[in-house]
Design a binder for this molecule. Structure first.
Ligand code: PLP
Length: 396
């Protein structure tokens, strides 16, 4: 018999992918310009010009082994060194190349980290709403996925709920800020509070809990907001990073894991990361894109486009009577469904050719996610459809 968990996963495509496929089909039926696809987080802003320049320079000057050969399993030393230096300069940490492990994007960073840390029966705490793959990755690592609620209005973690959920089986907490799907950014106070709760829990019980920060949207923040770097607040911390969104390289699969060298068991954790990467069959991250990162580390795509989109969409949706969580980052907006059943709302939105994702996919019913990483003109053209949809619910 086949592995039934995987058969089921393969048969049930995620609702986001389902909508993405529906969008493609619908575009061929009625024309691309008539479908407003807010379903997926595929960056619409091109990579910065530095990416193109560095790529063509690499292709013209580097040897084929350098471009296309295997690298060390944990990544090229020079690349890891550049990233460590960059993080130290920005966040005042003392990381070195030995703290970094290059990956095929945040998805790989997460699966490797979870497999490195987890034994059968361990628990992983995640705040709701959450990126749906956390559940898939956690359960694949034979651990228990434990969802903890956020505060109703702010969508920030409910700290009492976190305290009450910690158990001797808790091995890790995943945070994701800027958040997919809410767009909420966790400020310094919330990070300090989470660190304090986990620190107190360790003092009282001797149970060490790792804090995993999934941050593919770190640089995508608006109004001058900054995202605290967890290593400065909690020693048992691991950052899962990706260049998918910050450099618009989602299809190239490049990112890293940074293990905090201030944690007691750093060497063992880093070894477990290398072991998990090996046992999961990640031979090495793509060579060419590792070399690219060495040259463009610290640069981002033009994120002002997302800020413009956010402002345009947020103002309009509020004007039309929708209840919206104002996003400070990422490129998602979490909108309250005007009817209890978010899936019914999503179906009604389809009648207006608006493709949005039900909150149920993120463990949070009654809301929908609108991905605004589209060209601004798509939003401009979609606004009348959002307005008609609001009118159909008598919101205006
Ligand atoms: N984590 C979150 C919160 C995401 O939104 C995504 C992708 O959308 C990922 C991880 C996976 O990112 P990557 O494409 O770098 O694997």
């Amino acid at each position: 018999m086949l592995n039934q968990n995987n058969v089921i996963l393969g048969q049930n495509r995620s609702a986001i992918r389902e909508l993405f496929e529906y969008a493609k089909k619908r575009k061929t039926e009625i024309g691309e310009e008539n479908v407003f696809d807010f379903s997926i987080g595929n960056p619409s802003v091109p990579p910065p010009v530095e990416v193109e320049t560095a790529l063509s320079d690499l292709i013209n000057t580097a040897s084929f082994e350098e471009l296309h050969g295997y690298t060390s399993a944990h990544g090229c030393y020079s690349v890891r060194k550049v990233i460590a230096d960059y993080l130290n300069g920005k966040f005042n940490t003392s990381l070195n190349a030995e703290c970094l492990y290059m990956t095929c994007g945040a998805a790989a960073s997460l699966t490797i980290t979870l497999n490195a840390l987890l034994n059968e029966g361990d628990e992983v705490i995640v705040f709701v709403p959450y990126f749906p793959e956390y559940k898939v990755y956690t359960e694949h690592a034979r651990a228990k996925f434990v969802a903890v609620k956020c505060e109703e209005k702010t969508f920030l973690p409910d700290l009492n709920a976190l305290k009450n959920t910690l158990s001797p089986a808790t091995k890790a907490v995943i945070i994701n800020s800027p958040n997919n799907p809410s767009g909420v950014v966790y400020g310094e106070e919330i990070i300090k509070n989470i660190a304090e709760i986990l620190g107190d829990f360790y003092k009282k019980t001797g149970n060490a809990v790792y804090l995993i920060s999934d941050e593919p949207y770190r640089e995508l923040v608006y109004d001058g907001i900054t995202v605290p770097f967890i290593m400065n607040y909690y020693s048992r911390s691991i950052v899962c990073y990706s260049y998918s969104k910050s450099l618009s390289l989602a299809g190239e699969r490049i990112g890293y894991i940074a293990v905090n060298n201030a944690m007691e068991d750093f060497l063992e954790v880093y070894a477990a990361v290398c072991g998990a990467g090996r046992s999961l069959g990640f031979v090495c991250a793509p060579s060419l894109f590792q070399k690219l990162i060495e040259r463009v580390c610290g640069i981002t795509s033009d994120i002002s486009v997302y800020e413009r989109n956010r402002n345009l969409l947020y103002r309009a949706l509020i004007e039309y009577g929708y209840e919206v969580v104002k996003p400070d980052g990422a490129f998602y907006m979490f909108v309250k469904s005007p009817e209890v059943d978010d899936k019914a709302f999503v179906e009604r939105a389809k009648r207006y050719e608006l493709l949005i994702v039900p909150g149920e996919c993120f463990g949070y019913k009654g809301y929908v996610r609108v991905s605004y990483c589209v060209n601004t003109d798509v939003i401009e053209r979609a606004l009348p459809a959002f307005k008609s949809l609001a009118e159909s619910y008598k919101l205006i």
